[in-house]
Design a protein around this ligand. Structure first.
Ligand SMILES: NC(=O)c1ccc[n+]([C@@H]2O[C@H](COP(=O)([O-])OP(=O)(O)OC[C@H]3O[C@@H](n4cnc5c(N)ncnc54)[C@H](O)[C@@H]3O)[C@@H](O)[C@H]2O)c1
Length: 325
């Protein structure tokens, strides 16, 4: 029987519930404690997993014994849970985007390093078979240009529409494509962004832009663009990532693990099964080997550095260098 792994949660929202469900299916993994500010959510989740209920993560981390802490809260709500968990010797899983403020991210990264615990950020798309095949294909080629779209719908969550809480769609949601750009094409070193509010000013309390575009410069000289909008409130959408490699275009689509090479590209179209990010993290913890973890805290923070630089660029109307974490 594999070693028992006890998991505690900070945040019991929609995303956390997905992780809980997947973890509960892994042999000998137990969800021992759950914390959320909303008592009703905690009680509901705790009843399902027979976990201890908390509304204060400090009290929870003080009292419980666990090997792993998941932090699944909105971007503005990252406070000290990661730091306290790392100091306690717990491995930490943090949801993307890991912060809204780079200083907080540096503090957490240092504490994780100091404690020597494993970390994982919820960039699960890196694990997709199509992404792995794209990575192998692109690794030996010169990428000229990269482009990404995310044109889709609007999450109803109250915090998502507030710039000071979510950081806007590029930082909060389209971060997945920015992360894949880094993962597949190398580091992004400079950003120049333009944002606008075109059609969504009728939404209550909304102060995020609904049209965001950024021009990106990669470390090796490649140029990228990313355009993103949540204005398709009636459904539908486009979500892709394209790489121009001399005479070929490699296209990846977010829905369905699809890779669409043009006729001559030497990558197959059929996706294979991949493990969930939760399974990958538990495997790493049990084997004490970070090899299966798709994205460490520092790498996740580097992705946030790109989108926070874009926000600064849109504010200042100047190109912004992306700090190296
Ligand atoms: N990896 C992915 O594909 C993916 C998918 C969905 C969401 N997410 C990320 O997960 C995070 C949470 O998203 P969600 O959809 O679950 O949001 P949500 O609003 O449904 O849930 C967030 C929960 O965090 C709780 N919370 C906030 N501050 C807290 C605190 N100090 N202590 C305890 N609980 C606290 C809130 O009460 C809420 O219940 C976001 O960063 C989001 O981007 C990632």
């Amino acid at each position: 029987m594999a070693d028992e792994v006890r998991v505690a949660f900070v945040g019991a929202g929609g995303n956390a519930q997905g992780h809980m469900g997947r973890l509960a299916e892994i042999e000998n993994v137990e969800i021992v404690a759950i914390c959320d500010l909303v008592e009703e959510k905690v009680q509901q989740a705790c009843a399902e997993y027979e976990a201890a209920a908390y509304t204060d993560y400090r009290a929870m981390l003080d009292e419980i014994e666990a090997e792993v802490v998941y932090v699944s809260v909105p971007p503005f709500a990252h406070e000290y849970a990661e730091v306290l968990a790392a100091r306690k010797g717990c491995h930490v899983f943090v949801e993307k985007p890991v912060v809204l403020n780079m200083d907080k991210g540096y503090e957490i990264a240092e504490e994780i390093d100091k404690a020597g615990v494993l970390s994982c950020v919820g960039y699960q798309l890196r694990l997709l078979d199509s992404v792995q095949r794209a990575r192998r294909y692109l690794a030996t080629r010169t990428i000229g240009m990269v482009s990404a779209h995310r044109w889709g719908g609007f999450p109803e969550t109250a915090w998502w529409r507030v710039m000071g809480q979510s950081g806007g769609q590029l930082h909060e949601q389209t971060t997945h494509q920015v992360d894949l750009m880094r993962y597949l094409a190398g580091e992004i070193v400079e950003v120049y962004a333009q944002y606008s509010l075109r059609v969504m000013s009728d939404v209550d309390n909304l102060d995020i832009p609904d049209a965001q575009g950024a021009l990106l410069k990669f470390q090796d000289g490649a140029i990228g663009t990313i355009v993103t909008s949540p204005m398709m409130r009636q459904g539908g959408g486009v979500s892709d990532l394209k790489f121009l490699v001399e005479d070929h275009v490699l296209e990846w689509q977010i829905g369905g693990n699809i890779l669409m090479p043009d006729d001559d590209a030497e990558v197959t179209g059929e996706p294979q099964e991949t493990m969930s990010i939760d399974e990958a993290f538990i495997v790493a913890i049990r084997s004490e080997d970070s090899g299966t973890i798709p994205c460490s805290y520092r790498s996740g923070l580097q992705t946030s550095a790109v989108t926070l630089a874009a926000n600064e660029s849109a504010r200042t109307k100047k190109p912004v260098e992306v700090p190296v974490i």
